[in-house]
Design a binder for this molecule. Structure first.
Ligand code: C2O
Length: 561
């Protein structure tokens, strides 16, 4: 196999948007960062050099990392961070995966500006026959006028913070609906009659997004680097960490401007006054654009341009329900028909009593703390994978993550603030034997449940076998699971006020992060410090080395000091 080598230099760079110039952490001075493009089966080596004063790590979101858990990237989970002035070479093989993923920094909020597309060209032709004129990566992100580190610190200290971003971006460009931003607009030129593959990636920190192109339909063919049964839609929904490939045919008779509006706008269930509307770009028909285009009058309502309203839960639900694995002879859907273990996990926002002599700005003088089953994650001082490998688990983590909700929860909104909402703090892991067929039911809860929670499982893909609103019912709901062609992905949106069930086989020994891919909103506390996290650990290394993969001896472990 070919080895493809990349060099990432993590460095500060001044970037100007919305008439604010500020230093951003970047890769090689680029914002967004460089695209990584490889072929299925390639070996990949990325040398990451840390040229900033703070620690860093990079995660290859959705790459399975079969037997290479140490290359996964989350700081203090699978590696110690890369210290200032040091470098680390991530080495892994892209085995049996193809499509669009993303990479991003995985320490504190660095992924606000340190992210990019990760594209795996397939070995076999696409499973759709339409000829593709060009492939276009479109990465959504967020821009803050303030220093992102300061915003993050404020929310850690006070349990809240003014951390709604100032703009959404398309390939780093906010577009003309934001102040002082007209020249920073993404433009894609197309040839009339041709079809394009858009690789849509949501690298935003805190919002699920709708995306659409005025007058055009989109044909969904892939999500999270897994082919789907194609279907046509006016708009797609993509959560943080998720990707969606769509086909777009330039089949319209352009009006006098020769230009159509494309836009990304958040999906939320309640509009806060601080929400920052929509990022707009242009689709221009080659040789036909020269006139001025009329911009949307109301950036909060792009329904005239093929986008749903920001609060259109019916659209969001219908869209998710249309997603299906391709399930062809070549790409069969291997959803586990049985399961060995079900864990029901609440995704909640607790209200912690304010610690003595501190200031809390959450609600009622308290602090918002994110949790799973009432456990709020405490970052260990040593990487969990290293401590597991060295058998030094004592003082690093415990393996007693609760498999059931530990706290009364209430998503019906009657009085979510009643009762004791203090979370427990700890570094707790769920440990499962190699080969366990796991089912996770993620249950949303009500406190400030204003958007879906995108839950990401590292090192695995999973099948979304069911979801619904209200409380998961273990007697009733599994009977309605889709065990034929459920969508396979690496990140699932837990409906606001509802639940989602996923199944997968824990067949990749290691320590794997399971967490909400919202970084922190006004209403969420940092997931890196206390938050929606727990881990799955595979069986002992001795076992897997001897029986499953003799080639991958632990001496290959190369954990950054
Ligand atoms: Cu995309 Cu743990 O992250």
């Amino acid at each position: 196999p070919t080895t493809r080598r990349f060099e990432f230099n993590i460095e500060w760079k001044n970037v100007r948007r919305l008439c604010h110039t500020k230093p951003l952490i970047t890769v090689n001075g680029e914002y967004p960062g460089p695209t990584i493009a490889v072929h299925e089966g390639d070996n990949v080596e990325v040398k990451v050099t840390n040229s900033i004063a703070e620690n860093t790590t990079i995660h290859w979101h959705g790459i399975r990392q079969l037997r290479t858990g140490w290359a996964d990237g989350p700081g203090y989970v699978t590696q110690c961070p890369i210290r200032s002035g040091k470098s680390y070479v991530y080495k892994f093989t892209v085995t049996d995966q193809r499509g669009t993923l993303l990479w991003h920094a995985h320490l504190s909020w660095q992924r606000a500006s340190v992210y990019g597309a990760f594209i795996i060209h397939p070995r076999m032709p696409y499973p759709f026959s339409t000829p593709i004129q060009a492939e276009v990566p479109i990465v959504f992100g967020e821009w803050w006028n303030n220093d992102v580190g300061a915003v993050e610190n404020e929310s850690i200290i006070y349990g809240s913070g003014p951390n709604v971003s100032d703009a959404y971006t398309i390939n780093g460009l906010p577009g003309p609906l934001y102040p002082c931003s007209k020249k920073d607009t993404f433009i894609q030129t197309v040839e009339p009659g041709k079809t394009y593959l858009l690789r849509l990636i949501n690298a935003a920190l805190n919002d699920e997004l709708f995306f659409g192109v005025a007058n055009h339909t989109l044909t969904v063919v892939e999500i999270d680097a897994l082919y789907t049964k194609p279907f046509t839609t006016t708009a797609i929904m993509v959560g943080p960490g998720q990707t969606t490939n769509v086909l777009l045919t330039a089949d319209q008779h352009p009006d006098a401007s020769g230009t159509f509006i494309m836009a990304a706008t958040p999906y939320i269930t309640t509009i806060f006054p601080s929400d920052n509307s929509s990022s707009v770009g242009f689709l221009r028909y080659k040789g036909r654009w020269n006139k001025k285009i009329a911009l949307p009058a109301n950036p909060y309502d792009l329904t005239a341009y093929n986008l749903p309203a920001m609060v259109d839960t019916a659209f969001a639900t219908q869209f998710l329900n249309k997603l299906r694995s391709l399930d062809s002879a070549q790409y069969p859907c291997n959803v586990p028909q049985e399961m060995d273990k079900r864990a029901v996990i609440t995704i909640s926002l607790n209200l912690q009593d304010c610690p003595k002599n501190q200031i809390c700005k959450g609600y009622q003088g308290k602090r918002f703390i994110a949790s799973m089953n009432n456990q709020s994650f405490v970052r260990p001082s040593m990487s969990i994978l290293e401590s597991y490998y060295q058998n030094l688990t004592k003082g690093v983590y415990t393996s007693n993550f609760p498999e059931k909700p530990q706290h009364p929860y209430n998503y019906t909104g009657v009085d979510p603030f009643a009762g004791n909402l203090n979370p427990e703090f700890g570094t707790k892991l769920l440990v499962v034997p190699y080969g366990t067929r796991l089912e996770f039911v993620f249950q949303g809860t009500s406190i400030l449940n204003v958007e879906n929670h995108p839950i990401h499982v590292h090192g695995h893909n999973f099948f979304v076998v069911g979801s619904g609103f209200g409380n998961f019912d273990a007697k009733r709901d599994p009977a309605n699971y889709n065990l034929v062609d459920p969508p396979e992905r690496n990140t699932v949106a837990i409906p606001s006020g509802g639940w989602a069930a996923v199944r997968f086989k824990a067949d990749n020994p290691g320590v794997w992060f399971v967490h909400c891919h919202l970084e922190v909103g006004v209403f969420l506390t940092p997931i890196q410090v206390h938050g929606h996290n727990f881990f799955v650990v595979g069986s002992g290394f001795g076992n897997f080395d001897a029986k499953h993969d003799p080639a991958s001896d632990p001496v290959n472990y190369n954990l950054v000091g």
